[in-house]
Design a protein around this ligand. Structure first.
Ligand code: FES
Length: 117
């Protein structure tokens, strides 16, 4: 989240609740601040780490968008409607809810920090 005091804010819907955050906040940062769990593997909320959107473990559904979005690299916009755990038949594989644990497992298996070879 940006550090400036004179920030513009944006209001969006997260899992059915309206949330206001500073402009430039990612979906993952906003969810994390509000206690909504979104899995993450290639991103760490610490100083010096940059989200690159590589592992796709943090995918969320955004109402009106055709494909899922990586929440760690997607900034919140005013009026955005975010559904943290994608569901429903309109989501194409491999982003369907049943594939989510598999994507996370595959990402963990290929992460040298988690799974030594
Ligand atoms: S945490 Fe890896 S793509 Fe977002």
């Amino acid at each position: 989240m940006p550090d400036s005091l004179n920030l513009k804010t944006v209001t969006f819907s997260l899992d059915g609740k309206y949330v206001t955050v500073p402009e430039g906040t990612t979906i993952w940062e906003a969810a994390n601040a509000k206690g909504t769990l979104i899995p993450h593997l290639c991103h760490k909320p610490s100083t010096g780490y940059r989200a690159d959107g590589n592992c796709r473990a943090c995918m969320v559904e955004i109402e009106g968008e055709r494909v899922l979005a990586a929440s760690c690299i997607r900034d919140v916009t005013d009026g955005m409607v975010v559904i943290p755990q994608p569901s429903g038949p309109k989501n194409p594989a491999p982003s369907s809810p049943n594939c989510w644990p598999l994507i996370s497992l595959m990402s963990a298996m290929t992460n040298p920090l988690i799974s030594p070879r």
